[in-house]
Ligand binder design. Sequence first.
Ligand code: ADE
Ligand code: ZN
Length: 333
Amino acid sequence: MQTFIEKMPKAELHVHLEGTLEPELSFALAKKNGIEMSYKTPQELIAAYDFHDLPSFLTIYYAGMNVLVEEDDFYQLTYAYLTKARSEETLYAELFFDPQAHTTRGIAFETIITGIHKAQVDAEQKLGIKSQLILCFLRDMSAESAMQHLDLAMPYLDWIVGVGLDSDERNNPPIKFAEVFAKAKKMGLKLTMHCDVNQNNTLTHINQCISEIQVDRIDHGINSLESEELCTLIKDKKLGLTVCPVSNQFVVQSLTSDEIHKMLDKDMLVTINSDDPAYFRAYLNENLVKLQKEGGFNQAQIVTLVANAFKVAWLDEVTKENYLNQLEDYVAQ
Ligand code: ADE
Ligand code: ZN
């Protein structure tokens, strides 16, 4: 089963580029940019990773970004992730980035997005991995700041497929960003939002995402299972859920395999993803392998989880069909 998973053609729909920053690259960029690291070696840095909830993770995640300064730093970050993903037979990825976490440090929006975009183009040409970019707003910053960043993105609309919402969910409901997301939708962008596992008022947040914001997907969304009504809405609207088992394990001490079984039983379009793989020390294959072992998923269920990601990807129908055919051929062989 492990080999079957590792060799499968896959898609990843929930990965934060800044969460793919490996300690070795951090140290190399810090040296180049003259930034002092708080730890002597990459191993010491990894040993200091101590997450038990969303805020404790976010503190370390934002601190790690300080080494990203020049356009080429964003290029290297993106190219390294796409290389790793392609080596795991991930053929398609939708990548979150957090511009506000960089512009607040004085980095120009143009620097960030140009570095990322050039790496995407090169990786598609040289490695054969296709990717699209999702601009995430930080929900613990103001709606005005989010709007300013949507405006900054205007000249780069061709490089962005959608917008998302991440960071600390506490007291930052979806509705706070209703105007920004309505504008993004008018601009032709797809919409998604994080509804992280076990957050305060999670059912209200999930409901706002669906009914008020009218998202195209939900990131995480595990707690929707607590409401039959929400499950029905998610199913009827064919909303994909981008679940991240190893990430969840840091918050709820479980890969949420029971919940993922329930979603499959209900025919909800659940997908498996890595979230912040350099921090959680698990890329997509590790997420799938660990999940399969913990939850005893059979081959057909694993195929459904992977096929769901292609089905709810923000791609045209023909491209999706091509990927799904590749997956079908692989399974047949
Ligand atoms: N930023 C990066 N990873 C995140 C997550 N899992 N939830 C919220 N914000 C994030
Ligand atoms: Zn996430």
